[in-house]
Ligand binder design. Sequence first.
Ligand code: NAP
Length: 283
Amino acid sequence: MTAQLIDGNALARQIRADVSGRTAALKARGIQPTLAIVLVGDDPASQVYVKHKVNDSSETGLVANLERYPADMAEADLLARIHALNDDPAVHGILVQLPLPKHMDSHQVIEAISPAKDVDGFHVASAGALMVGQPGFWPCTPHGCMKMLESIGYDLRGKHAVVIGRSNIVGKPMAMMLLAQNATVTICHSATADLGAMTRQADVVVAAVGKVNLLTADMVKPGAVVIDVGMNRNAEGKLCGDVDFAGVKEVAGWITPVPGGVGPMTRAMLLANTLEAAERAAG
Ligand code: NAP
């Protein structure tokens, strides 16, 4: 079998087009959807990520205001700035780029963001809303993965989904989203005794670990959907995921590539969440 590709670039383009249209509609009502991006320090990877976020926003008609602060900023000053952004009705979404400098408590900083503006979906209130099936903001990466499953018309009811990785921003919310669609969900992690025994039973595998070739062809049930969240560099320095793409595509029914899979979807879902925040505020 040669798997069909789930093209994250193409799907992200569709999502951005939808965001553009809805943004134009809000603007026609005099509302400019606006995202505040807060960057503290000069982490090189973070600088690249925020640049993408600003460019993606402007391409879809959103305004992204990037605020840069020095690495030695006091945590109290950052918290005060977040409170001011919470109170600013012209700002609909707030994103604090992680990681923060070591002297700051990231959890406390994220908790300072109003849940109504938590477009990254990292606030405990957002996680809780997802857990109990209430409206809130879903973290962008697993949300993007769900959109990919939706795009192929995949019915999760009664299917067995295996999520590898249990981080608060990918693995755990991914599992909750799959569960909400009536899948039977298994979460695997570093202490899982026999990962292959789990994944071989799965109709859907989501790999979110950060390890090259974690998932190989012998670990995949024929016809399964394989979603690769991993972002790694291989021995040649090329971007790759957690899945041995060349091998697994011969066994899986559907597969996401890296690059061009979950990455562009994550970026697109931030725009969708920001627009959603503006629409909710507009009523
Ligand atoms: P993380 O916080 O480091 O979590 C990694 C998870 O993998 C942990 O739950 C860990 O288990 C588990 N794990 C480690 N080794 C394992 C093994 N041998 N077998 C099974 N599970 C194992 O990472 P993350 O933030 O969730 O990110 C995961 C990957 O996704 C990274 O490559 C990251 O770069 C990528 N990512 C991509 C995007 C995107 O837009 N494409 C967005 C976010 C993240 P324990 O909990 O037991 O330690």
